[in-house]
Write a protein that binds this ligand. Structure first.
Ligand SMILES: *Cc1c(COP(=O)(O)O)cnc(C)c1O
Length: 499
């Protein structure tokens, strides 16, 4: 967690004039992290091109009320989707016959890839999928939603999936094998060729999750960089996901899921004629589907164009090279894996810790993302720079160097031993409200402290770092539950008085 902002507004739904409403909206938004400017190094991706942003925003607004539910009523949406899918096919070496769908985001693309793989194998009773330990949590979400069992294969010392171990993990129940291009946490591309070959040898689908790298790697290759093969040029790759709302710099809400042929996509379609209303006909998980994101993505991709993306990628990767080099030169820091795409994960030596460093960077006006230790992999700091970060790289490096000095002066973040014991004793399966309240109080995040996130997140992150993955999930779920509370104008009364 990186945020130190928390906005409260008493009444979201009073009758104000349009000017008041929009002024209020802008005032609320001022408390969020900036989505442009290149200093937010996770969650947002900024081309740095004002005209591109403007065109994207206006297209979203123009199509906010359009509904992709019925392509015959909104033929322009179908046309835009087919053009975006075609552009993506060209980018990803897709053979004749490749088809695709625009979805609402990477998670939906992944969910559909897993659902399609499961439903293509009705003969398999208890389906499984084989994932590298670095695969995105969207696959675990798909497993949870669709009842597919996850078989995790630990990555190697280079943070890449291990092909031999992956092949060995495939069995008669396997419906899908996954590789990342690149993985989010460490920014390295898995050996897609050997993994896809192993899947194909067993007649199993292979999905390449290029949600974050799919728009960068093809241009990187064209710029003459060394990019390991990962597209449809690799035999055995059956589907690929690539997000438009990441490095295609489109407004939020679009990703593309490609399948090598129409038969592979077919289980994704859901149609229902089992009611007296319209026959429902869906290619994604949504039914009513705003035309806004699709139009926004179409407009941005048209506006930037192939040559524009080549330029943006040149700028971006130049910044990434300089960043990696500069980080290597800061005593106490190192790049965890040489970036295959645009993502940088950095680690610290014993002289300072990642979580204190994160806070120092937040104070300097950067959003960087701490990554907790996992499966023998130490905690790291994640940076997803954008093209818009390029002009600020020297400042970023200077601030990182200063942050290291500050973190050293502050000393390693210390979790109170009593609190650490409390955490270790908690059972994630039986976490009570009292347990959670006790922990919040111990972490200085209780109601007495205003209920807001504390100024320093280092202690909170260090505390989470001590917790098992299951406990992290339970604690953060509870945390989100506390955040998501209705703002009501009328005081609520309990329907059932407490006994
Ligand atoms: C971002 C990402 C996803 C999930 O995408 P959302 O758009 O956040 O739903 C999946 N895989 C990878 C590798 C990603 O980086």
């Amino acid at each position: 967690m990186t945020h130190d902002r928390n906005n409260h507004d008493d009444h979201a739904a009073e009758q104000d004039g349009p000017g008041d409403v929009l002024a209020r909206l802008r005032a609320m938004q001022a408390g969020d992290v900036p989505v442009t400017g290149g200093r937010t190094l996770a969650y947002v991706y900024d081309s740095g091109l004002e005209e591109v942003d403007r065109v994207g925003r206006e297209a979203v607004a123009a199509y906010a009320g359009s509904n992709g539910l019925d392509p015959t009523a909104f033929p322009s949406l179908l046309a835009m989707e087919n053009e975006l899918v075609g552009f993506t096919c060209d980018l990803l070496d897709a053979p004749e016959g490749t088809v695709g769908t625009v979805t609402s985001g990477g998670t939906e693309s992944v969910l559909l890839a897993v659902q399609g793989a499961r439903d293509s194998r009705p003969d398999v009773d208890r389906p499984r999928m084989v994932l590298p330990s670095t695969a995105h949590p969207a696959f675990h979400k798909a497993a949870h939603y669709f009842g597919v069992e996850v078989v995790t294969v630990a990555v190697g010392a280079d943070f890449r999936a291990r092909p031999a171990a992956t092949a060995a993990a495939i069995d008669d129940r396997t419906v899908l094998v996954v590789a990342s291009a690149p993985s989010y946490a460490h920014g390295v591309v898995d050996p897609v060729g050997r993994i896809a070959a192993a899947a194909a040898a067993r007649g199993v689908r292979c999905h390449v999750d290029a949600c974050i790298g799919g728009w960068v790697l093809p241009y990187a290759a064209r710029l003459g960089r060394d990019v390991p093969p990962w597209t449809f040029a690799v035999p055995g790759v059956t589907s690929i996901s690539v997000d438009l709302h990441k490095y295609a710099y489109a407004p939020k809400g679009t990703s593309v899921l490609l399948h090598r042929d129409a038969a592979l996509r077919r289980p994704q379609y859901f149609t229902s004629a089992r009611w007296p209303g319209y026959t429902m006909l869906n290619s994604t998980m949504q039914s009513t589907r705003s035309g806004g994101p699709l139009a926004g993505a179409w407009a941005v991709v048209r506006q930037v164009g192939d040559a524009g993306y080549l330029d943006l990628t040149r700028t971006l990767l130049g910044a990434v090279d300089r960043l990696a080099e500069g980080i290597g030169a800061i005593e106490g820091l190192h790049v965890v894996a040489s970036p295959d795409a645009s993502l940088v994960a950095l680690g610290t030596d014993g002289s300072c810790d990642v979580f204190t460093l994160t806070d120092a960077m937040t104070r300097a006006g950067w959003l960087v993302q701490p990554q907790l230790s996992y499966d023998a992999m130490p905690p790291t700091l994640h940076l997803s720079p954008s093209a818009a970060t390029a002009p600020h790289v020297e400042e970023l490096l200077t601030d990182l160097a200063d942050a290291v000095l500050a973190a050293r002066r502050a000393g390693a973040v210390a979790v109170d031993p009593g609190v650490a014991d409390l955490v270790r004793a908690l059972d994630p399966a039986a976490l009570s409200d009292d347990d959670f309240d006790g922990l919040l109080a111990a972490a200085g995040m209780d109601a007495a402290a205003g209920g807001d996130l504390p100024e320093s997140m280092a202690e909170v992150n260090a505390l989470l770092d001590l917790a098992s993955p299951a406990l992290r999930e339970a604690l953060l779920g509870r945390f989100l539950e506390r955040l998501q509370q209705p703002v009501r104008a009328v005081a609520s009364t309990p329907v059932h008085p407490p006994r």
